[in-house]
Design a protein around this ligand. Structure first.
Ligand code: PAF
Length: 280
């Protein structure tokens, strides 16, 4: 596995790969890799000749009071894990390589970017899209793999790729869960054992949602709010095509989304659900 730290080196690697007629599958991450990330890498391996993984904790997607400074940075362990998956290149740039003084193309997340995660974390999605755009410009992937857990992020990255990176196929990797149902996340490292138990309330609550949503969402809110150390931010059901809330009349495939703080740790989760007539 090549360990690459600079923009110039990754550009040379990409050039070399493309000249040899080989395709690239890319897995962008912020490191602190867990089993869930490795399933993204496995999927990437099936999709192209060469797999590139990036590890970059992107300052632009963290708010002033968020966990940028304490976000786990475990590059040596990450590299060892990626070696076991025969990753071809690990791109681990510095902030200066990603955001050089001459500037990069800034992306704007628009209206959907200011709802749900974006409402609680203003500017977050502008930062995510800007770094994903910058990474795509450097890596020029044929395929890029993202986890389904970050549903709103995925929705917006698909829009970005549809508008500006039409040659890059966006592939979704299903959410990887602990046996308890807790969605795997790098931030689970912050949780104590009792908080891990509390955190399972998010998935449990998502599984209760059905029509009439006005009633089941209320019950799900109560379930989360009555869980120790847990404070709900939002729970909602959206139309996955437009990422806007649906009402009691909606029938068909929908996406249930939730965010809550468990202790000081903000967690998100989601579940695809099929909304049918309510049982009488
Ligand atoms: O999902 C993540 O880990 C990050 O938001 C991403 C896509 C790597 C951009 O920093």
């Amino acid at each position: 596995m090549r360990l690459i730290h600079t923009a110039a080196e990754i550009e040379a690697f990409v050039q070399e790969t493309k000249t040899a007629g080989r395709t690239i599958a890319f897995v962008p991450t912020m490191g602190a890799l867990h089993e869930g990330h490795l399933t993204l890498v496995d999927l990437a391996r099936q999709k192209a000749d060469v797999v590139v993984v990036s590890v970059f904790v992107n300052p632009k997607q963290f708010g002033a009071n968020e966990d940028f400074d304490k976000y786990p940075r475990t590059l040596n362990e990450d590299a060892k894990l990626l070696e076991t998956k025969n990753v071809d290149a690990l791109f681990a740039p510095s902030v200066e390589e990603i955001y050089p003084p001459e500037g990069v193309r800034e992306q704007r997340a628009g209206v959907v970017g200011s709802t749900f995660e974006g409402a609680s974390r203003p500017g977050h999605f502008d930062g995510v899209l800007t770094v994903v755009g910058r990474l795509f410009d450097l890596v020029q992937p044929d395929v890029a793999v993202f986890g389904a857990k970050d549903a709103q992020q995925l929705f917006m990255i698909k829009k970005l790729a549809g508008a500006l990176y039409k040659d890059t196929e966006i592939v979704t990797a299903p959410t990887h869960r602990e046996p308890s149902g807790l969605a795997m996340s790098s931030r689970n490292r912050y949780l104590t054992e009792s908080q891990k138990t509390s955190a399972t309330a998010l998935y449990k609550a998502l599984k209760t949602l059905r029509q009439p949503l006005s009633l089941t969402i209320e019950a799900a809110r109560t379930l989360i709010d009555s869980t120790p150390e847990t404070k709900l931010d939002y729970i909602a059901v959206v139309d996955p095509e437009i990422f806007r809330p649906v009402n009691d009349d909606f029938r068909g495939k929908a996406l249930a989304i939730v965010a809550a703080k468990v202790g000081d740790t903000r967690l998100i989760d989601n579940l695809e659900i099929e909304l049918t007539e309510p049982n009488r």
